[in-house]
Design a protein around this ligand. Structure first.
Ligand SMILES: [Fe+2]
Ligand SMILES: [Fe+2]
Length: 192
């Protein structure tokens, strides 16, 4: 799917569907961090008008997703739990080069891969019959939004960098992403 080079491990959906509250808590934090990441990009690259405009929209959407997932928890009488961290995103972030302009391109492409993986996993969750129907409906509604975010990040990378350079770097990072995904231990986390 999309630019991904590996499918999610078969064991992940079992772990996720058996621990739906843990999954929702982790998912809520993923949405919160996606919104924060949009603000982070605005803070670091205020000179790029299109990036700023696109990230303002993204922050609004990710904040709405955060509110929606927290609402699912509250509807079940459960408070948001502390963030347990995200090994997947942390290992991907290590791939971002430290100096601009490479830092900007890598940041956009890592974000693009995270959105693509989220979209793939939402698709799996939406089709899992072991998950309550209302939660499956929520995941279904999020699929197209995350696919849109994936396209936003690719398009921004191609706006600021040559297409061939972007395609080549996206391929490299997708290979790393695939090896990270294969090494995951099937935790009830959105990227576990
Ligand atoms: Fe989101
Ligand atoms: Fe997103």
């Amino acid at each position: 799917m999309l630019c991904l080079q590996a499918d999610t491990n078969a064991g992940w959906i079992e772990a996720a569907s058996r621990n739906i509250i843990a999954l929702l808590c982790d998912h809520a934090h993923c949405e919160r961090k996606a919104a924060m990441n949009g603000m982070y990009l605005i803070m670091h690259y205020p000179q790029h008008d299109t990036l700023v405009r696109e990230m303002i929209t993204l922050v609004e959407e990710e904040t709405a997703h955060f509110k929606m997932v927290v609402g699912e928890l509250y509807g079940r009488g459960i408070s948001l739990r502390p963030d347990r961290g995200n090994v997947y995103a942390k290992r991907l972030a290590e791939q971002v080069r430290k100096q601009d302009p490479e830092r900007l391109m890598d940041s956009l492409l890592v974000d693009c891969l995270i959105e693509a993986r989220s979209c793939e996993r939402f698709t799996i969750l939406a089709g899992c019959e072991d998950i309550p129907e209302d939660i499956r409906g929520m995941y279904h509604s999020l699929m197209s939004s995350e696919e849109g975010h994936y396209l936003t990040f690719v398009d921004l990378a191609k706006l600021y960098f040559p297409h061939a350079t972007v395609e080549a770097r996206l391929g490299e990072l997708a290979t790393v992403e695939a090896s990270i995904v294969r090494s995951l231990t099937n935790m009830p986390q959105m990227h576990g």
